[in-house]
Write a protein that binds this ligand. Structure first.
Ligand code: TRP
Length: 453
């Protein structure tokens, strides 16, 4: 391996390899399934604006924080909090991170299973097997949901067994650019369809009166989810990162790639929703809420591919859902790596045993969700919208007031020689100690208050 660290934990092969792996973790269903759904539910453009602000004001600084805690401690979240302070409280936060990883992955694999189902739906539809197409497209079929989720989980465990680097780096290097190309071609196609332009308007022209505290929480949860923050995935990935790399720089690339792809996905799906409405499909209920819920993109996108018609429709549709499953896989890996590395590091279990054990636990939860997919919304609210920002909040407090900024500076200084003269550190330090925790605290506090009082 090209990196210099002498640990047996495995390392990324190169700087590009790390960026690819972290971007592979960030870019996934969060960008193409969750973002458009949450955005359409929360007023389109107003949501985009708040979301983008939160990504840069809160998400990016927290990403730098996770990576430095991870690289310094060379541990999973629980071990990292233990190694860097003698607080009894923060390892509990680490356990919360591990729990969030387990639960989020258990519904993530259900949605990932749908992407596999729709890959086959495109093929069956094109082949004229309409009954088969309708059967695989049914997101309410519990056995089918469970079956494809188990297949997807098996792939995830399989990759984790082989360690962190090879597979992810290769998949992301070639397939992610292809996903971007497909998104752009599809956007170009959609924009010429009747009704689409209203979707562009709803996506890009904000209606500020739509901004309320629900949007704030949804946008913050989405920022954490999409950037893979708040449950230590990037603490764990940072633990494999070489001391030669400049953390603020690589975090910058990952953030830009992630928000760029989400933006494109929105630009495809908002017009597609309006197009579908134009054709008489009811997407929004009378009160403006989305009828489709979690299955939104699986209702509007396949139609779009069918409308393109012929082999072209098939090629685009099948490739799109294939790439989406790969993007989901490189993200699921990072979710599984957190609980797995926790029991490897802290309980001295072998990687193979650890990955299979955790994989089995998650599969059991997934099977329950497979039969009642309305659980996805509830779990997503508790563990993503609330759970992840809570983890991020604790990490800011930990870094700013327990591990301390001077230590973070020493860690960041490795791979960032000019840190003493650069404006980055003083600004970041204010964000981690004040801006991020206060903002997260206010938004979370407001929501929890409204929930309980
Ligand atoms: N970010 C991924 C996505 O957008 C999902 C994901 C991977 C994730 N690792 C995570 C979400 C850790 C939260 C925390 O699909």
């Amino acid at each position: 391996m090209a990196t210099t660290q002498s640990t047996s934990r495995g390392n990324w092969n190169s700087k590009l390899g790390f960026i690819l792996a972290a971007a592979g973790s960030a870019v996934g269903l969060g960008n193409i399934w969750r973002y458009p759904t949450v955005m359409a539910e929360n007023g389109g453009a107003a949501f985009l604006l708040i979301y983008a602000l939160l990504v840069f004001i809160v998400g990016y600084p927290v990403m730098v924080a996770e990576l430095s805690v991870g690289r310094k401690s060379e541990r999973n979240p629980v071990g990292a909090f233990r190694a860097l302070s003698n607080s009894k409280f923060f390892p509990i936060v680490g356990f919360w991170c591990v729990l969030c990883g387990i639960v989020i992955l258990s519904y993530y694999v259900i949605v990932a299973g749908w992407t596999i189902g729709y890959f086959f739906e495109q093929i069956f539809h094109y082949s004229g097997w309409t009954e088969m197409a309708a059967w695989v497209a049914n997101t309410d079929n519990g056995w089918l949901n469970a079956g494809v989720a188990i297949i997807f989980m098996a792939f995830t465990v399989g990759i984790i067994l082989g360690g962190v680097s090879e597979g992810i780096e290769r998949a992301v290097k070639y397939l992610m650019p292809l996903l971007i190309v497909i998104l752009i071609v599809m956007i170009a196609y959609v924009l010429f369809q009747p009704g689409a332009i209203d979707g562009v308007r709803a996506y890009l022209l904000p209606d500020f009166s739509a901004i309320n505290s629900d949007i704030l929480l949804a946008a913050m949860g989405q920022a954490f989810f999409s950037l893979s923050l708040g449950m230590g995935a990037l603490i764990t990935y940072g633990s494999y990162l070489s001391k030669k790399e400049n953390i603020p720089e690589v975090a910058g690339y990952v953030t830009l790639a992630d928000i760029g792809i989400a933006f494109l996905a929105g630009l495809l799906i908002m017009p597609a929703i309006f197009m579908a409405q134009n054709q008489g499909v009811q997407v929004f209920g009378d009160d403006g809420s989305l009828i489709a819920g979690a299955a939104l993109i699986f209702q509007v996108l396949p139609e779009l591919f069918h409308n393109m018609g012929g082999v072209i429709g098939l090629v685009f549709g099948a490739t799109f859902f294939f790439l989406l499953s790969i993007a989901a896989l490189t993200s699921a890996i990072s979710l599984l790596e957190v609980p797995t590395s926790y029991i490897i590091d802290e309980h001295k279990v072998r990687r193979k045993t650890a990955a299979i054990l955790i994989g089995a636990i998650i599969t059991v939860i997934s099977v329950v969700i497979a039969f009642d997919t309305s659980l996805i919304g509830t779990l997503d609210f508790i563990f993503s919208d609330v759970g992840l920002p809570l983890g991020g909040f604790m990490l800011c407090l930990f870094l700013g007031y327990f591990w301390k900024m001077e230590n973070a500076k020493l860690e960041l200084g490795q791979g960032f020689a000019s840190i003493d003269e650069h404006w980055f550190f003083p600004v970041w330090s204010v964000f981690i100690r004040f801006v991020c925790p206060i903002l997260i605290g206010l938004i979370l506090g407001r929501t929890l208050w409204a929930l309980f009082f």
